[in-house]
Write a protein that binds this ligand. Structure first.
Ligand code: SF4
Length: 215
């Protein structure tokens, strides 16, 4: 099967079964999505959703968070991975949003990645989810399933290389949805250790299925 045919089959399937897809993070504004996405690095969305309601009650926007003491922010996010550095980054990025961007989360990739604690993946999530731009955030799930399903060559050995390959092969209008489709496929079906190949809609052509034939 040619790579282009793989893309076609995968995108057609997801478009049919899951036409309306978005992030599982809960938020009420662009700023809150930014905070939730920063918190979700190396942490589950479920856990993030458990702490953000109280966090957002105390710090609903950049103006409030910029005035906070990182120690106080820490008390709300202590169950999240890397809480100390994330608390510090949340306050610092809020100060930067206030001072450099007039209190509004910027909508350009370079501006977003200039914020403390905001890497390319987080910035791409903001672009795709908050600003409806054609962007492909590559997290651990997207990276893994893209390789397993043969959507990217083995030589695409970094998240950026995978992002470029997916961006080249997926129509712009579908990029943001494709991010969620691949991520959710990785989270619930093509899981890291024991993928559920038996219920995978792509088992007919997945080049990796033989690695998991004991399923
Ligand atoms: S067949 Fe298995 S390895 Fe391949 S994409 Fe599906 S779950 Fe992942």
């Amino acid at each position: 099967m040619k790579r282009s045919e793989r893309y076609e089959a995968v995108l057609r399937h997801f478009a049919e079964v899951s036409p309306h897809v978005t992030t599982e993070l809960e938020f009420g504004s662009v700023f809150q999505l930014l905070v939730a996405t920063v918190l979700s690095a190396q942490c589950t969305d479920k856990r993030v959703n458990q702490v953000t309601p109280e966090l957002f009650r105390h710090y609903p926007d950049a103006a409030a968070m910029a005035e906070a003491d990182p120690e106080d922010v820490l008390s709300f996010i202590s169950s999240i991975s890397y809480p100390n550095s994330k608390a510090k980054h949340l306050v610092e990025l809020s100060v930067a949003i206030q001072e450099k961007f007039g209190g509004k989360v910027p909508s350009a990739l370079d501006d977003l990645t200039s914020l403390p604690g905001v890497g390319r993946k987080t910035a791409n999530v903001l672009l795709a989810v908050a600003f409806s731009k054609a962007a492909m955030p590559v997290d651990t799930h997207v990276y893994r399933v893209s390789h397993r399903m043969g959507l990217v060559p083995k030589s695409a050995a970094t998240p950026l290389a995978v992002e470029r390959c997916l961006t080249k092969n997926i129509p712009e209008a579908l990029l943001a949805d494709a991010h969620h489709w691949l991520l959710l496929h990785g989270r619930y079906v093509c899981t890291s250790r024991k993928p559920h190949c038996e219920k995978c809609p792509f088992k007919g052509f997945c080049p990796k299925i033989m690695d998991f034939k004991g399923y």
